[in-house]
Design a protein around this ligand. Structure first.
Ligand SMILES: Nc1ncnc2c1ncn2[C@@H]1O[C@H](COP(=O)(O)OP(=O)(O)O)[C@@H](O)[C@H]1O
Ligand SMILES: [Mg+2]
Length: 311
């Protein structure tokens, strides 16, 4: 059974289409990243799964049950975006308050609160007022709160938004620890690096539409693009290569050569050698998740073109 499954999920706010038929599947133990610019529909998707917002069409299940039924909500943890803790609470008293709300017994709270504070790395500040916490500490306290009742799945909506690089790294390490303990994490973020570093699978949303889905390795795989360079002053045999069916695009002093399915780069190297030219540079190109994101999510035609015909 999948932890999360949406099928053709859609949501209209009045005339505004926030989700346009989104289908994603999250399996147990995964860190699943939903990536997209502000307004792409990430928060809406989480809110539908949690039953905070009603879907307009399609299907959504959480832990095998229709999304939003109260019984399931107890089995999930949630760090909302832009959440605010009252500054007069301490980390400890905040967790005590929220765990009480979740119905965690007093004995369990006594045991779980120090454990959770330790887990997220803010135990030394447990009895200090939240108003003195850094943004990163507040977010980690938020993660502790989402975790306290041992949920089967944790939703983190922009957990590192507004957090400095050190704090971001701490939150990433925390997510890795949670994954190692077998937790399933659904992460919303507009920060590429974080998704790239930590997620097992990634979905990219653009204006409510799912434009890419897969593992980071799948999304960044660039089939058949090579970068070649000749010795200074030599003329690249672009016409001959085009005649053989290769796509050849100049890139500064270098040349991008794209091969088709079934072709290899070997005949290109051969042709260069046979023409008496000297190959000085040969590199198989990879794309970063940022390239993919810029090409598909951010409407950046220049970058899409630079990818040499990759959709
Ligand atoms: N309560 C709401 N009422 C009307 N429109 C909304 C509401 N919540 C979100 N939207 C709109 O839906 C779209 C998706 O928003 P959201 O899910 O918050 O995106 P993200 O989390 O990716 O930034 C945006 O255009 C936003 O303005
Ligand atoms: Mg959001």
């Amino acid at each position: 059974m999948s932890v999360i499954e949406t099928r053709e999920l859609s949501k209209n706010y009045g005339g505004q289409q926030a989700l346009k038929g989104v289908s994603v599947t999250v399996e147990k133990g995964q860190i699943y990243g939903l990536l997209g610019q502000n307004g792409a529909g990430k928060t809406t998707l989480i809110k539908i799964l949690l039953g905070i917002v009603r879907k307009t069409g399609g299907n959504a299940t959480l832990l095998g049950e229709p999304a939003g039924i109260p019984d399931v909500r107890r089995r999930v943890g949630y760090l909302p975006e832009d959440h605010q803790f009252p500054g007069y609470h301490t980390g400890y008293s905040m967790l005590d308050f929220s765990a009480t709300m979740y119905g965690v017994s007093r004995d369990d709270r006594r045991r779980l609160i120090p454990e959770s504070l330790e887990m997220v790395g803010i135990a030394p500040a447990a009895h200090k007022k939240i108003k003195g916490y850094s943004k990163g500490m507040k977010q980690r306290l938020g993660v502790a709160q989402a975790l306290m009742h041992a949920p089967d799945v944790i939703f983190l909506d922009e957990p590192t938004d507004g957090v400095d690089p050190v704090g971001r790294r701490e939150i990433r390490e925390l997510m890795a620890r949670l994954k190692a303990k077998g937790h399933t994490i659904f992460l919303n973020s507009h920060l590429l690096s974080e998704i790239e570093m930590i997620c097992d699978r990634v979905a990219i949303l653009r204006k409510g539409e799912l434009v890419r889905e897969g593992t980071v390795a799948e999304l960044t795989e660039q089939k058949g693009l090579f970068e070649l360079g000749l010795a200074a002053g030599q003329k690249f045999p672009q016409e001959q290569l085009r005649g053989l069916g290769y796509t050849v695009i100049p890139s500064g002093d270098l040349w991008h050569v794209t091969i088709k399915d079934g072709q290899t780069i070997d005949p290109v190297v051969q042709l260069i050698a046979n023409s008496g030219l000297s190959l000085r540079h040969l590199l198989e190109k990879k794309v970063s998740l940022e390239d993919v994101f810029m090409a598909v999510a951010a409407d950046a035609p220049k970058i899409a073109a630079r990818q040499g015909g990759k959709k």
